[in-house]
Design a protein around this ligand. Structure first.
Ligand code: HEC
Ligand code: HEC
Ligand code: HEC
Ligand code: HEC
Ligand code: HEC
Ligand code: HEC
Ligand code: HEC
Length: 380
């Protein structure tokens, strides 16, 4: 009896190590149902007041809105736009926001709106797929930061032939959309225990936006213990690559891409900041074993505070570059080896050339996080 049991245990152990190794290399993608129960930011403010107050201004605290939210009404109600000769409009009916086109005899209700509005807000409508699962349709028009309605990215072709009001996602895609924009996405209780493996997501009880526990799992227990219980993990104990990959659960990671995709010709990569950072010689060199002796750690938090809106002053970011790319004079007395711009003085605005903004259609711009030489020569 002993031996098979021992063999089983050994196998389990090996499987566990392999699994741990595997997940270490490829940490799981977006955690749809956050592991910990939701917490109210209020329960953190007693001890972390400044962060809780800051966080109210962060786009992370406004990633998803209900269709009935006041901000949604103020941005969409009674607005219209014409695309390719068809006029679409948002109107109110029994206190709900609806969307229609002048050549169609039906309308869709706005159930949710994705995006903080820092760049854009996309309204979606929910209906059931043939299996009875919720799926969303991204409506044809989104609100953009220029306070105008423009086409929602990706809806253009599907919406006109045959005439539709937007692009419909399947149930899996719908789950992923919500997964990255919420803190808590429960599943529906199975009604029929036999057949209902696909019980689907429970949109009624989801918790919109990113709350503290989405990035600090274990926060509920930590707060309940008056701060003495440690969190499940500490960001500062992660390696630099683990840290950017955590952000990359939603912002996308380099190891999700095929190697062929990781070239400057793939312009969609500018949307995926962790991919760009992971490819940057700054990140690779500064965080290498040898580099760590000379440079400060380099990760998203070198330039961003996830509890605050993004800074818009270039000098803030340029100062970060200069922490490592210093003048020769300062270097002789500092730990930093000599690497400075061969083209421009230290006073130049580094990000203008090495982290340029790139257009992504409909007036959306993203910042190329792949810091590299000869930006213009290598780009298409
Ligand atoms: C009663 C006070 C108290 C409350 C309530 C509290 N914390 Fe803390 N928290 C602390 C203390 C004290 C520390 C420092 C602990 C340490 O450094 O070991 C801390 C540290 C932290 C850290 C840093 C941990 C690390 O290792 O990097 C995070 C993140 C954090 N708290 C999040 C939260 C969140 C989120 C909430 C609300 C759900 C919360 N805390 C509620 C007292 C509290
Ligand atoms: C659960 C998913 C998720 C995680 C994890 C996440 N983000 Fe985000 N982040 C978002 C979403 C969604 C938005 C878009 C908000 C909006 O609509 O403007 C966003 C926006 C941002 C922005 C842009 C804000 C602006 O001003 O436009 C920055 C910067 C950012 N995140 C940095 C980070 C960093 C750094 C981390 C890791 C510490 C991180 N994010 C982790 C989902 C996530
Ligand atoms: C893997 C996680 C992930 C998934 C899946 C996802 N988003 Fe996002 N979404 C983000 C992040 C991160 C941002 C902020 C950075 C950016 O815009 O790429 C964002 C930003 C947005 C914005 C703000 C505008 C903008 O471009 O900044 C809208 C609107 C949006 N998402 C809608 C959707 C919809 C609709 C779906 C499903 C069709 C979806 N998202 C699926 C992570 C995700
Ligand atoms: C998008 C992810 C994200 C969200 C949401 C988030 N945090 Fe953080 N938090 C981080 C990261 C990353 C760090 C580590 C920062 C660093 O290393 O500079 C951090 C650090 C902290 C710390 C310790 C460092 C310090 O400055 O004292 C506390 C406390 C904290 N967060 C509390 C909160 C609270 C409270 C909330 C909700 C209001 C919250 N966080 C929401 C990502 C997040
Ligand atoms: C060396 C500095 C630097 C680092 C490191 C950095 N960013 Fe950025 N990020 C910027 C700059 C500069 C902008 C543009 C700010 C502006 O003018 O709006 C930006 C903007 C963004 C935006 C808004 C959309 C866009 O592309 O303009 C997101 C989202 C974002 N960063 C996510 C991240 C994430 C996630 C990480 C870590 C993987 C990260 N950033 C690391 C400098 C940095
Ligand atoms: C934490 C330190 C650190 C920071 C911060 C940093 N870099 Fe770097 N950077 C490095 C290191 C190390 C290298 C690699 C030098 C080498 O190859 O020996 C590098 C390389 C480069 C290169 C050459 C890349 C190539 O293709 O060979 C450029 C350009 C560059 N950095 C620009 C910047 C800019 C612009 C910023 C600010 C947005 C910045 N760096 C921030 C450490 C840093
Ligand atoms: C006007 C555009 C521009 C500005 C502004 C600029 N650079 Fe450069 N940088 C370049 C070009 C062009 C090269 C050379 C690329 C090549 O020859 O492959 C370069 C090269 C570099 C290199 C690689 C060094 C080498 O010898 O090849 C580093 C590091 C660098 N820049 C850092 C910076 C930093 C830090 C700043 C801000 C103080 C900055 N750059 C500002 C255009 C610029």
């Amino acid at each position: 009896m002993r031996k098979p049991l021992f063999a089983c245990l050994a196998l389990l152990l090996i499987a566990g190590v392999l699994y741990a190794f595997h997940t270490r290399q490829r940490p799981p993608l977006a955690v749809v149902t956050a592991g910990t129960l939701r917490v109210k930011a209020r329960s953190c403010s007693e001890c972390h007041l400044q962060i809780v107050e800051n966080f109210q201004s962060a786009p992370h605290s406004r990633t998803l809105h209900r269709g009935t939210a006041p901000i949604v009404k103020s941005r969409f109600l009674n607005k219209e736009a014409t695309i390719d000769g068809r006029t679409f409009r948002f109107f109110e009916q029994e206190n709900e926001l609806w969307f229609r086109a002048d050549d169609l005899d039906y309308a869709r209700r706005v159930d949710w709106v994705f995006g903080s509005g820092e760049h854009a807000m996309t309204p979606v409508s929910i209906d059931k797929d043939p299996d009875g699962l919720d799926r969303l349709t991204q409506l044809q028009l989104s609100w953009y930061a220029d306070d105008q309605l423009h086409p929602t990215p990706g809806t253009a072709r599907t919406a006109t032939v045959p005439p539709r009001l937007g692009r419909t996602a399947n149930a899996d895609e719908t789950e992923r959309c919500f997964g990255c924009h919420v803190s808590w996405l429960p599943r529906k209780r199975k009604v029929d225990p036999a057949g209902a493996a696909a019980a689907g997501i429970d949109l009624k009880n989801l918790v919109p936006n990113l709350d503290c526990s989405r990035c600090h799992s274990g926060a509920a227990a930590h707060a309940a213990s008056d701060g003495s219980e440690p969190l499940d993990f500490s960001w500062s104990h992660l390696t630099a690559i683990e840290s950017i990959n955590r952000c990359g659960e939603c912002h996308r990671r380099a190891d999700e891409m095929t190697p062929e995709e990781l070239t400057p010709e793939h312009s969609h990569l500018v949307r995926f900041a962790p991919v760009g950072i992971a490819l940057s010689p700054c990140f690779q060199e500064a965080n290498s074993e040898a580099g760590q002796k000379h440079y400060p750690r380099f990760d998203c938090m070198s330039c961003h505070d996830p509890h605050l809106p993004t800074r818009s002053d270039p000098e803030f970011f340029n100062a970060t570059c200069r922490e490592c790319h210093t003048t020769q004079a300062r270097q002789s007395e500092s730990r930093t080896p000599h690497i400075s711009c061969s083209e421009q003085p230290l006073t130049a605005s580094c990000i203008e050339c090495h982290m340029p903004k790139k257009a992504a259609g409909e007036g959306l711009e993203f910042t190329d996080h792949w810091i590299r030489r000869t930006h213009d020569k290598r780009d298409p």
